[in-house]
Structure formats: structure tokens, C-alpha cells
Write a protein that binds this ligand. Structure first.
Ligand SMILES: *Cc1c(COP(=O)(O)O)cnc(C)c1O
Length: 363
């Protein structure tokens, strides 16, 4: 039996990011010999019973963990969240109509750029003027809008919608790439939600899409076969060869989540980890959080040190102490600690101890 030999490191990577050690161990085993079949998971056909049961189990777990109703279809697709930026308007932005978007940072902007290729887009709320350090509070949505798109967690800016605009009077669509399965939401109130797997639910290469089948089929433009959600629903995410290994790792991660208390427990742990880190930032004048307190992300904690020399010194110290991925995104600078589901509280304890130690020495 292979086990994962891990050095003592703390993985704050923003994506691809930390996975549970059990998942890495099981996935490694499956590469060598899948379920004692003598074959690797990498060399079985996707239409075999062996893989069909992986896909079925992954779909079942998503439905269970999110308590989805029968109108909601679960798809595992290629192309990452970025493909959804264009696939959504292609399938849902009604010609001569418009779609409503919220502009909350890098990811929201990318979604807007793609939607404009298919029709009129209105910006229903924007925090661009405040450098995306908060979430829009009052949304303006025109009557007849095809849908409202939000980015529930802006991975780079470090903001998160804590009040989801469920009552927006149109279809609610959400990019949940960086906070999927981290908190309890009313998932049936979204007409479409999507997430690249590589942040909170698996390895890179697959994309989860949950869609209410009743919203499809309302546009008249021609949709290429591979981009039409209805075809993927009909074929059970096997219209063409699915990313077999990535679906398998997602299934393992979903099993791990299910066996560890589901989304309720993940949410509790997220709050505990983020609270500890934000408390530490707020208690030490050396560090400064960049996001409006009420809109802070529980997944991606962004903070800076205003003195550049000290910032570099602390970065070096983090590296020396085995902290991975703590450097902020190049567009924001400073630090970003991603606290995805698989990150243990212990890693946050080690980081905050280091911050306290450093600040006391410099203060
Ligand atoms: C990472 C990320 C994406 C891009 O995902 P890909 O799978 O690389 O296309 C989109 N939206 C958000 C919120 C992200 O964090």
C-alpha cells in the first residue's frame, strides 16, 4: 500500500490547491491498480462499468451534499470555469434581451467579457471604484434580464458574498469555483452554478456544473454540440471522453467531505480557520487586511504589510517555515492564504504564531 510521505509543509495555494492526504493516497493506488483489476484508472474505458460507477457516485454525492431537487442536473465537463464564462451566455442569454452581471474583480470581469460576445450585458453592481475591496450591496436588474451572474467568492480580491441575492427576480447563476462545498447555501435557488474542481473539490481538469433543466432551450442561436448543456444531460456527462482521472479524484474528495460531516462541518471549520487568521491580522498593527470587514472571504484571506522591506522579510520567513502559496496574487500584492476545506486548522495556527512572533520582534 502506497502512503503519502509528506514533509511538514503548510499548503496555502490558491489553486490547484491542497487535497486531503487520504484522497492523494487512494488516487495513487488507483493509478497503479484500480480496485484490484490489474488495470490503472488511467487505462480503463470511460464506458466501462468500472468508470460508470465512478461517475454515478460523484453525481450522487453532489446531489446529496447539496440537497438538490429533481430539476437540478449535475454535470462534469471539460474546460474549467473559464469555458463556463462563454457557455452560459451561449445557452442562456436570449437574443434581443440582456443579462445582468456583477463586477467584483478579476473573475467577474472575465465572465462579463465573454458574455458581451453573445448579447447585451448590464452591470448590476460593481465595486470597481473601490478596487474590488467589497461586494455590491444594492443591485439594479432590468426587467426581462435573462439571468443575474455573481462570483460568490472572488479568489484574488479576497471578497465573498455573504448575502446571496436569491430574490433577484431572474435566474441566479453563480461562479462558485473557490468556495464550492465550503458553506451551506440554498443550492436549489440557483438556476446554474459552476466550479473548476481544482480549488475545493479535486484535481484540475474537470468542472462541476449544476443546472436547473427547466431554464434550457430558450435561445434560438445555434449551439455547437459539445457546448449545449442539453446534450451533456442526455449523455450523462459522457458526450465525449470525460476527464476520467479528474472525475475520479473529485469523487474521492466528495466521499471524504461526506464522511467528514458534509458541508455543515466544512462551514464550521472554515469559520474557525478564517476567524483565527482575521483576528490575528486585526490585532497586529503591522498587518492590514485589504477587504471591507463584512465582505471578507472565508476561503482566501488577503492581507499586506505596508513596509516593503518587512513584507519581503516576512515572505522569506514563511518560505523558510514551510508555508507554500502565501504570496499574494501579482495584481494585489502582499499575502494571500487560501483556507480550502482540506487545509487543517493546524496550518493556520502555525501561520498565526509566526505572524505574532514576527510582529512582536519588529514592533
Ligand atoms: C480559478 C477560478 C476560475 C478559473 O478557473 P479555470 O478552471 O482555471 O478556468 C474562475 N472563477 C473563479 C472564481 C476562480 O477562482
Amino acid at each position: 500500500m502506497l502512503v503519502m510521505e509528506k514533509q511538514k509543509v503548510h499548503n496555502f495555494n490558491s489553486g490547484p490547491s491542497i487535497l486531503p492526504a487520504e484522497v492523494i493516497t487512494q488516487a495513487s493506488q488507483a493509478i497503479l491498480n484500480y480496485n484490484d483489476s490489474g488495470l490503472s484508472i488511467l487505462e480503463i474505458g470511460h464506458r466501462t462499468d468500472a468508470f460508470q460507477s465512478v461517475m454515478n457516485e460523484a453525481v450522487r454525492l453532489v446531489k446529496k451534499l447539496m440537497s438538490l431537487n429533481d430539476a437540478m442536473e449535475v454535470l462534469f465537463l471539460h474546460g474549467g470555469a473559464t469555458t463556463q464564462f462563454m457557455q452560459i451566455p451561449m445557452n442562456l442569454l436570449v437574443e434581443q434581451g440582456l443579462a445582468s452581471y456583477t463586477q467584483t474583480g478579476t473573475w467577474g470581469n472575465k465572465a462579463i467579457t465573454e458574455a458581451r460576445l453573445f448579447g447585451n450585458v448590464e452591470i448590476s453592481g460593481s465595486t470597481k471604484d473601490g478596487n474590488y475591496s467589497s461586494i455590491p450591496k444594492d443591485l439594479e436588474i432590468s426587467a426581462g434580464s435573462s439571468y443575474l451572474h455573481i462570483t460568490t467568492n472572488e479568489t484574488i480580491a479576497g471578497t465573498q458574498w455573504h448575502n446571496i441575492p436569491y430574490d433577484c427576480n431572474t435566474s441566479l447563476i453563480a461562479d462558485m469555483s473557490s468556495d464550492i462545498f465550503s458553506r451551506q447555501l440554498d443550492f436549489n435557488k440557483f438556476d446554474l452554478l459552476y466550479a473548476g474542481a481544482q480549488k475545493n473539490m479535486g484535481a484540475a481538469g474537470v468542472n462541476l456544473v449544476v443546472v436547473n433543466k427547466n431554464i434550457l432551450g430558450k435561445v434560438s442561436r445555434q449551439i455547437p454540440t459539445i457546448l449545449d448543456y442539453r446534450n451533456h444531460i442526455k449523455e450523462g456527462s459522457m458526450l465525449n471522453t470525460p476527464p476520467v482521472f479528474a472525475v475520479y479524484v473529485a469523487m474521492l474528495t466528495l466521499q471524504w467531505l461526506d464522511q467528514n460531516g458534509g458541508i455543515a462541518e466544512a462551514e464550521k471549520n472554515s469559520i474557525e480557520k478564517a476567524t483565527l487568521l482575521y483576528k490575528t491580522i486585526d490585532s497586529l498593527p503591522l498587518f492590514r487586511g485589504t477587504v471591507a470587514i463584512e465582505d471578507r472571504s472565508l476561503m482566501n484571506v488577503v492581507f499586506v504589510i505596508d513596509d516593503q522591506l518587512l513584507e519581503k522579510e516576512f515572505m522569506d520567513l514563511c518560505k523558510k517555515e514551510g508555508m507554500y502559496g502565501i504570496k499574494g496574487h501579482r495584481s494585489v500584492g502582499g499575502f494571500r492564504a487560501s483556507l480550502y476545506n482540506a487545509l487543517p486548522l493546524e496550518s493556520v495556527v502555525v501561520l498565526t504564531n509566526l505572524m505574532n512572533h514576527f510582529a512582536n520582534r519588529k514592533g
